[in-house]
Design a binder for this molecule. Structure first.
Ligand SMILES: [Zn+2]
Length: 127
């Protein structure tokens, strides 16, 4: 789980140690336990995490928003054969999440979870 949620090709290339702190680790654990594991079970096919936790430096390098939930360990980008279907599964199975962003063209689903006050906000992007 930790490898999957912290590995990054960009971090490797730039020699960045993408190591979450205590709070971020707690957030990652919640995200995996409450959102990603149930989503995997419900989807029934492999889900590859292309980006999970990002330290500030890594987030800057990949062009992430300075307020990105990836920095807090609250978000993961899920790559599957059909990201639209994955979003459908997320919604149909009442899996907890804060924000889901479907990138239609790039075919991945960004999904996040907060410790409380999760908004279940869905955004569809054309890129
Ligand atoms: Zn993301």
């Amino acid at each position: 789980m930790w490898d999957e949620m912290t590995q990054s090709e960009t971090a490797r290339k730039h020699g960045i140690v993408n190591e979450p702190g205590r709070e971020e680790r707690a957030a990652i654990e919640e995200l995996v336990k409450r959102t990603l594991q149930p989503l995997r079970l419900a989807y029934g096919r492999p889900i590859r995490i292309s980006s999970g936790y990002r330290c500030r430096e890594l987030n800057r390098l990949v062009g992430g928003s300075p307020k990105s939930q990836h920095i807090k360990g609250e978000a993961a980008d899920c790559v599957v054969g059909d990201a639209s279907r994955l979003l459908g599964v997320l919604l149909a199975h009442q899996i907890p999440f804060d924000q889901a962003i479907l990138y239609r063209k790039r075919n991945f689903l960004h999904v996040s979870l907060r410790s409380m006050r999760n908004r279940r906000k869905v955004i569809i992007m054309d890129n």
